[in-house]
Design a protein around this ligand. Structure first.
Ligand code: DON
Length: 572
């Protein structure tokens, strides 16, 4: 059964590669096919994304002469169709762009904003987040359009069109999507979600079934033809606001009118000879990553070895400290002032001196005050590099899997529930991981704090490693592990992505480790335990779809879920 499913998947991906990436070299194709699409290499360009169809759309745009930003935009729209749990037009995210001409990398912030009518205590009563009340003002369409205005080289409509076709003509789903939809449709309380994403005859989806998303296709068509007006004004906006009013949501036309994506300066820091670029506020990713990498750099981790107790103790202690500072200071920098020293080498050096090399630090001794004793995951990351070396690292999300599960009636797209990323209970910070510190409290038009960490490492002015991940607060630690695996331990892209990851978030006071149940790591887990770390097993952490550029070859490594690496493999 498993073998049959695997063969089917390989066959489906192979077919897409043949249809959509013409001129494929037979040898490269064979490699792609054998690897079940998780690995690809090319000199021409690369897209690594969670969905084979999404990756193939991006690869086709590269093949047609589009640059990495063109391909990223087309991939993002395609994923809004083929990866509905996180790919979106009703959510938000971040795009980091490393130009090929030696110019400075730029960051496009298209994070959702709090509606104008938001209040500080609007979520104080908690409860389910799968409803209209948790919807933030969507940013994706404005963000992708802004990226296009700055760097796009092909016509906008050409980049949206593949998504229109996928939605209107339908696409064949893989087993992962079928299982995920069956689960969500069964458990959702939203009728329109059930109607749009359920199977018309009421039976279960299975691998190879075709799903058509007619209303979504019509909305994407409006976006293709009218640009941002096709989403923030006219028919789409009218349907969105109607949906909000009907379900008790807060987003209104005035919110849509006021929403703007922003160009920001990425967080930049050195790690040995490398230049690391990552997400600035309203993401906590770059600042937290800079501290963890900065602390790590103070120790010669390479000589200690990747799986030594010392290395992993230092990594956990770096996580603990950086996440305590995250809880204390980080939020939307348009609203709060964030200390500049957080990303400096001297601060990292100071933090490293507070680590006891023999014992775990108690999290209570760090970060904000605990005020109370007694808190689903889905986002997606893709990486793109074009033939000239321009690189794009994009992470975007609906927040939870399928966001709020509110499908805009008549417009067919799913809305986010990103408002849950604010500190919903002001003043309540507890040992279970709830954070109620002042910085990230709801205010009208504020962007909620994110952990999304699209990252590009540069070497001699050229992009060298493009990575990022979903996974809520674990994201920053996933990026930390992958980046350190490459920069410090010299792993290949595949090794770095496959290596088991760790996660410590200051609170809860525990380390989740993907290798904890493996005999290979028994001694490590035992020794960390003896130092006072509470190490627990975890099934998985993140989905780091990564590209490494080595000696002019683009090496794509998709993660272990159903990611696909689609290389552009014409004659070289
Ligand atoms: O912006 C954030 O950090 C979260 N809303 C991301 C959610 C997420 O990664 C869930 N996915 N696995």
């Amino acid at each position: 059964m498993l073998i049959r499913r695997t063969l089917k998947k390989v066959a489906i991906v192979g077919l897409f590669a043949l249809l959509l990436v013409p001129g494929l070299e037979s040898q490269a194709y064979a490699q792609h096919e054998l690897a079940g699409s998780r690995d690809a290499s090319s000199k021409q360009g690369m897209v690594v994304a969670v969905s084979p169809d999404g990756a193939a759309v991006g690869a086709k745009i590269l093949k047609q002469g589009g640059n990495a930003v063109d391909a990223a935009i087309a991939t993002a729209f395609a994923l809004a169709v083929t990866h509905p749990s996180a790919g979106n037009i009703g959510g938000g995210g971040f795009m980091l762009i490393h130009p090929s001409d030696g110019g400075p990398p730029i960051f496009i912030d298209y994070r959702e904003k709090a509606p104008l009518s938001s209040t500080r205590d609007m979520y104080i009563d908690g409860g389910s987040r799968k409803n209209h009340r948790y919807v933030g003002v969507p940013g994706t369409v404005r963000g992708l359009k802004l990226a296009h205005e700055i760097y796009g080289s092909l016509e906008w409509s050409k980049l949206v069109e593949p998504a229109v076709r996928l939605a209107k003509d339908g696409f064949s789903m893989h087993a992962g999507l079928a299982g995920s939809l069956n689960f969500e449709v069964k458990n959702s309380i939203n009728d329109e979600f059930k109607r749009v994403y359920g199977k018309a005859d009421g039976t279960q989806w299975k691998s190879g079934d075709r799903i058509v998303l007619k209303d979504l296709g019509a909305t994407l068509d409006r976006i293709a033809k009218q640009g941002t007006k096709g989403f923030y004004q006219g028919e789409t906006a009218r349907l969105l606001v109607e949906e909000m009013k009907k379900g008790g949501g807060y987003v209104r036309q005035a919110d849509l009118d006021k929403y703007r994506a922003r160009v920001r300066t990425p967080i930049r820091f050195k790690y040995r000879e490398y230049d690391v670029y990552s997400a600035p506020p309203p993401s906590s990713g770059g600042i937290t990553l800079a501290q963890m990498m900065g602390i790590s750099e103070q120790f010669d981790l390479k000589s200690k070895g990747r799986w030594s107790t010392e290395t992993n103790h230092i990594m956990i202690e770096a996580m603990r400290r950086a996440y305590a500072n995250r809880a204390m200071y980080l939020a939307d920098a348009d609203f709060v002032s964030i200390p500049k020293y957080l990303t400096t080498k001297s601060f990292a050096k100071y933090l490293s001196t507070t680590i006891d090399l023999k014992r775990a630090t108690k999290s209570d001794s760090l970060g904000p005050r605990i005020t109370e004793e007694p808190e689903s995951k889905e986002t997606t990351h893709f990486s793109v590099v074009d033939k000239n070396g321009m690189a794009v690292s994009n992470t975007y999300t609906l927040e939870a899997a399928y966001g709020s599960e509110v499908v805009v009636r008549g417009a067919g797209f799913i809305l986010n529930n990103e408002m849950g990323d604010f500190n919903g209970k002001p003043g309540v910070t507890n040992r279970r991981g709830r954070i109620g510190t002042p910085a990230n409290i709801v205010e009208p038009e504020k962007r909620m704090l994110s952990s999304m960490t699209p990252t590009i490492v540069g070497k001699n002015g050229k992009a060298y490693l493009v990575t990022g991940s979903p996974g809520g607060r674990t994201i920053i630690n996933t990026v930390f592990c992958v980046t350190l695996n490459v920069l410090e331990f010299g792993m290949s892209a595949r090794e770095a992505v496959d290596a088991p990851r760790m996660d410590h978030e200051w609170f809860p006071e525990r380390v989740r480790f993907m290798g904890a149940d493996k005999p290979r790591f028994a001694t490590l887990v035992k020794e960390l335990g003896a130092m006072g770390h509470n190490v627990q097993d975890t099934n998985g952490q993140g989905d780091a779809n990564t590209i490494m550029i080595k000696d002019g070859i683009y090496i794509g490594a998709a993660d272990y879920r159903y990611g696909a690496a689609a290389g552009v493999m014409g004659r070289q």
